[in-house]
Design a binder for this molecule. Structure first.
Ligand SMILES: O=C(O)CCc1c2[nH]c(c1CC(=O)O)Cc1[nH]c(c(CC(=O)O)c1CCC(=O)O)Cc1[nH]c(c(CC(=O)O)c1CCC(=O)O)Cc1[nH]c(c(CCC(=O)O)c1CC(=O)O)C2
Length: 343
């Protein structure tokens, strides 16, 4: 195995690096033909329950694109069955939950997670990857309470989160009990991933941008503060990411996180102009990867240049790789980022 490359860990910690490190959200799976072949035989949950296979899927993009980190192949829904949520991933729909949360009684029925007995395959995959297979860091992850709750209350993906917000606004007891249960689950689950070997953690609060700043402060910030404060003890870098959450970055900058992940709606410079001091991760709109190469290069240069104005930037997309993006494009982009940022 070649020498371990810890460049991205330095960038996560806010240190200057020789080049801009890069990884892509949803880099595993999606457009790779090796993965698509596997998906004809196995569902996401079937892959994640088999550590050798799951490690293979996690490694594929590292080997194919030469990215600076791996992210464990699994879904933000993966820990939910352990606490009593009947979740299924339906093709063409996404996660579907048969027993949605509607009241405090529903919240009280939720259990707790014991990672070693509930998700041993997740921990075994991490051990396999970090002890034997990878020469770059492995990022573990969890969904955040608001984003997980949105699926648990709506019963599946949503456009407007009306049921979620209705519960949040009208039943404070149920809402805060749910946030606490999901925070406990997240903390225990993430700590287990770190103990198994994960070297950084991303918390996906993908849909929290649906809230305004005042509601974020009232209903979400305290629980996120608790999660990150408790996770600080793990000593691994902590990344927080959300979609359409530019209006929340000042709030995020107050939290004990190391890195803020931006989607493409707010530039790196705009975030810096708001006095965001944390390391920044992002933020090429994945749609660029379907455009002509010179357009991609132009935009990537701008992002790298803006990132370099401050010690630490980690290149990423503004959200996940989509299935139609070609692996060759991602490989070319990675090489370009590495070479251009070294100049
Ligand atoms: O996004 C999709 O693929 C559509 C369905 C969907 C899933 N989870 C979901 C959604 C969105 C929604 O419906 O609200 C719900 C979901 N999963 C996830 C997030 C966080 C985020 O991306 O902002 C979210 C919420 C936000 C979002 O949809 O992007 C995280 C996730 N899913 C997944 C991964 C792992 C990976 O892609 O390597 C990861 C995270 C790690 C990473 O960024 O790499 C994997 C995943 N989830 C899912 C699938 C489809 C499985 C199948 O069809 O059998 C797949 C695999 C694939 O894309 O080929 C199901």
């Amino acid at each position: 195995m070649t020498k371990f490359n810890d460049t991205i860990l330095k960038a996560f910690r806010g240190e200057k690096t020789d080049y801009t490190p890069v990884w892509y959200m949803r880099q595993a799976g999606r457009s790779q033909k090796e993965y698509r072949e596997l998906k004809k035989k196995y569902s996401l949950f079937e892959i994640t329950h088999q550590p050798e296979l799951c490690a293979y899927v996690t490694r594929l993009p590292v080997e194919m694109y030469n990215v600076d980190a791996a992210i464990l192949y699994k879904d933000i829904m993966s820990p939910l069955p352990a606490i009593g949520v009947d979740v299924e991933i339906k093709s063409g729909i996404g996660p579907v939950i048969d027993n949605p949360i509607a009241s405090l009684q529903d919240v009280e029925k939720l259990g707790t997670i014991d990672p070693e007995s509930d998700v041993p395959y997740v921990l075994d995959t991490i051990r396999l990857l970090t002890k034997e297979q990878l020469n770059v860091p492995l990022i573990g992850f969890s969904g955040a309470p608001f984003t997980l709750a949105s699926y648990m209350i709506e019963g599946g993906p949503s456009k407007n989160y009306h049921k979620t917000k209705a519960l949040m606004y009208s039943d404070h007891k149920a809402w805060f009990a749910l946030m606490d249960k999901l925070a406990d689950m997240t903390i225990t689950y993430v700590k287990a991933q770190v103990n198994a070997g994960a070297q950084a953690i991303q918390i996906f609060d993908s849909w929290v941008g649906a809230l305004n700043v005042a509601d974020y402060r009232t209903y979400i910030k305290p629980v996120m503060n608790r999660i990150f404060s408790e996770l600080r003890d793990t000593n691994v870098p902590l990344i927080l990411f959300g979609v359409g959450a530019g209006h929340l970055v000042k709030e995020w900058n107050d939290l004990p996180v190391d890195v803020i992940g931006l989607d493409w709606r707010m530039s790196i410079k705009e975030a810096r102009d708001l006095d965001v001091t944390k390391a920044l991760q992002g933020n090429l709109d994945p749609a660029f990867l379907l455009a002509d190469w010179d357009v991609v290069e132009e935009k990537a240069k701008q992002i790298i240049d803006e990132g370099k104005a401050h010690p630490s930037h980690i290149f990423n997309l503004g959200h996940g790789v989509t299935p139609e993006i070609s692996p060759e494009r991602l490989k070319k982009l990675t090489t370009f980022i590495h070479e251009y940022s070294m100049k």
